[in-house]
Design a protein around this ligand. Structure first.
Ligand SMILES: Nc1ncnc2c1ncn2[C@@H]1O[C@H](COP(=O)(O)OP(=O)(O)OP(=O)(O)O)[C@@H](O)[C@H]1O
Ligand SMILES: [Mg+2]
Length: 256
């Protein structure tokens, strides 16, 4: 046990020097979220070339922190790290158990988080396959998800729809409703937490993020989640100055 830990320590020290997962800001952030297993996971991802450098936090949320990183080819990546301490395991368990893709009946917290992260990656992949603009998933490992960084060429992350000034609200709203529709009809998925807080605006285009809780349409709560997504979008569209009713939204998505 002892030698295992010291080997991990050595490996981590190597990562910190070789791969430059260092810098004042990262150390500060590190003391907040990087427990040993997370560091080991980051180390493995670094060895695989997915993370060469972490450049500080884009967001520090309830359950996860998102960092901007750079991979071995010099591309920006977004690194989402779930914190084992503050994750809502009851929710994770409930969503995972009703999902036919995951045969996981566990109350082990780490295992639940790992499945949750895999679920986010698979939902992103599915969404991307049917033509929904989402961050391209790169790899999920334990509690860490690496994905395409959404932002400009010099590394400024895209803004949330809720916080940006939208130049063509009608275009953006129609695009989002089209995405909800193809997600439902073609990918058989409901996002489940869709709102202006989980949509980024990149060059005027909406990009759907944070799809870990997304469920298949035959999940017992999919209808309830879809209704909630529609309610949220209705509120956001109104805030954006659009005159659209809930019924119009529903009919744009499908005949419900
Ligand atoms: N691929 C990405 N590229 C750029 N920024 C991103 C990306 N993914 C997430 N972000 C930023 O990080 C924030 C949090 O990401 P996300 O919504 O996926 O996590 P979260 O689950 O909402 O976190 P929490 O619920 O704990 O607050 C987003 O609001 C966005 O600003
Ligand atoms: Mg979010």
């Amino acid at each position: 046990m002892c030698s295992k830990v010291s080997k991990a320590d050595n490996d981590l020290r190597k990562l910190l020097s070789e791969k430059r997962l260092k810098g004042d800001e990262d150390r500060r952030v590190g003391s907040e979220v990087f427990d040993r297993l997370t560091l080991e996971t980051l180390y493995k991802l670094a060895k695989m070339g997915h993370i060469n450098k972490l450049q500080g936090a884009i967001s520090t949320g309830k359950e996860a922190n998102v960092f901007k990183g750079i991979d071995d080819d010099g591309n920006f990546v977004a690194v989402k790290i779930y914190r084992v301490g503050t994750s809502d395991f009851k929710k994770m368990q409930y969503y995972i158990q009703g999902d036919p893709r995951f045969n996981v009946r566990t109350s082990n917290k780490r295992q639940l988080i790992n499945t949750w992260v895999t679920k986010e990656l698979r939902n992103l992949t599915r969404a991307q396959e049917v033509g929904v603009r989402v961050p391209r998933p790169i790899i999920a490992k334990n509690n860490v998800l690496v994905m395409e960084f959404i932002g400009d060429d010099i590394g400024n992350p895209a803004q949330l729809m809720r916080q940006s000034k939208i130049s063509d609200p009608e275009y953006v709203a129609n695009k989002i409703l089209e995405y909800v529709k193809i997600l439902y009809k073609d990918a058989k998925l409901v996002h489940g937490d869709l709102s202006g807080y989980n949509i980024l605006i990149d060059d005027g285009e909406p990009v759907i993020i944070d799809i870990s809780q997304g469920v298949m349409v035959d999940h017992p709560i999919s209808r309830e989640l879809l209704k909630r997504d529609i309610d949220n979008l209705y509120r956001d569209f109104k805030k954006m100055g659009l005159q659209i009713s809930k019924d119009q939204i529903k009919s744009k998505i499908m005949d419900l």
